[in-house]
Design a protein around this ligand. Structure first.
Ligand code: ZN
Length: 59
């Protein structure tokens, strides 16, 4: 019985970690060159490809 409970706890922790990383992820599209960028944490202010300033995350 104990190993089963341990597996359930690990799955719950994994799902919560996944949901947290998804909620902090931001998606950008450069207005100048159309480059798509994704950030895991924080925010991007400039395009990695052409250096143009970004307006903000899409979602
Ligand atoms: Zn760009």
């Amino acid at each position: 019985m104990a190993p089963f409970i341990l597996i359930v706890i690990l799955v719950i922790v994994g799902v919560l970690t996944y949901l947290y990383s998804t909620s902090t992820r931001k998606f950008y599209v450069c207005q100048e060159c159309g480059e798509r960028m994704r950030t895991e944490h924080g925010s991007a202010s400039h395009c990695n490809t052409c250096g143009a300033s970004l307006n903000g995350p899409i979602d």
